[in-house]
Design a protein around this ligand. Structure first.
Ligand SMILES: [Zn+2]
Ligand SMILES: [Zn+2]
Length: 282
């Protein structure tokens, strides 16, 4: 399990600020978010300690404990106003003013719909004009991750058929892939953007369009960031990063993904679109 404990993620973010100075600002922001998420996760664990285990055949997103979640939303929005870059901080301020009905709407809108956040990258660059819809979804995503992770950890183990391209627990997209050594080769798995569940995946297969012909699937590496590769599909022009733990055992996949934005730049310059935008909007 390489999603890492919250502490491991925070430690890795702090560590990488000096390794990748270009990512320092984003990583410091992420470390503040993860610190909030860690304490929120502990509160959720305490509050739901005696809740019965969720059966494996129920979709994770059938659950939504608004009584537990909503009272914590205002302090989350305050934190974002304090530490986030400008368009997001402003979206948090606007949402904070709207009150509980709007907070509930933002949470439900993200939780019950396909949590796709494709357009966030553009909104991150500009001041939002359309009621910050996508930024509200980004806020809900960050806020709900600890809850989703708790649900993923506290359910019965499910048997998964095949290698699905979306999370077998909650149906969300993968945020990053992980490579580990196995025999002579490497074993690949995907990490869920929402509940952080990790599931086995085929090495040559596009999670966006199902392409499996080898010539269509390539990857790119740069020697400066040798443990992170960009897996691209030349059929649908989508990419996803893979963190190679055989080259860097200390990596924490979700954090190393955030820190390596030059690879995102490279991919976009070459006409590839990211399968799933990350928390920093890249
Ligand atoms: Zn999931
Ligand atoms: Zn594809």
């Amino acid at each position: 399990m390489n999603r890492g404990s919250w502490d491991a993620r925070i430690r890795r973010a702090n560590e990488l600020t000096s390794v990748y100075p270009f990512a320092a600002e984003g990583l410091r922001f992420y470390a503040r978010l993860a610190t909030f998420q860690k304490s929120f996760h502990e509160e959720i664990q305490k509050a739901l300690a005696h809740a019965p285990k969720i059966s494996a055949d129920r979709p994770l997103r059938d659950e939504l404990d608004l009584f537990l979640l909503l009272p914590n939303f205002p302090r989350f929005l305050s934190l974002i106003q304090e530490v986030a870059p400008e368009p997001l901080a402003q979206a948090a301020a606007e949402l904070a003013e709207k009150g509980p009905a709007a907070w509930q709407h933002a949470i439900e809108d993200f939780w019950y719909r396909d949590p796709e956040l494709a357009a966030i990258g553009e909104e991150f660059e500009t001041i939002p004009t359309d009621g910050s819809h996508n930024l509200n979804r980004l806020l809900a995503w960050i806020f709900l991750q600890p809850y989703a992770e708790h649900l993923a950890n506290s359910r019965e183990t499910a048997t998964v058929n095949g290698t699905p391209s979306t999370c077998p627990l909650c149906g969300s997209k993968p945020i990053v892939a992980v490579l580990r050594s196995e025999g002579d080769g490497a074993k690949k798995s995907l990490v869920c953007m929402l509940c952080a569940h990790e599931w086995a995946f085929r090495r040559i297969y596009c999670p966006a369009c199902g392409e499996e012909r080898e010539p269509q699937m390539a990857y790119y590496l740069t020697p400066e960031i040798a443990h992170v590769r960009v897996d691209v599909c030349d059929t649908c022009h989508t990419y996803l990063k893979s963190i190679d733990l055989t080259k860097m055992g200390l990596a924490v996949a979700v954090v190393d993904e955030l820190a390596t934005m030059p690879l995102d730049l490279w991919a976009r310059e070459h006409g590839y679109e990211k399968l799933q935008i990350n928390l920093l909007g890249t």
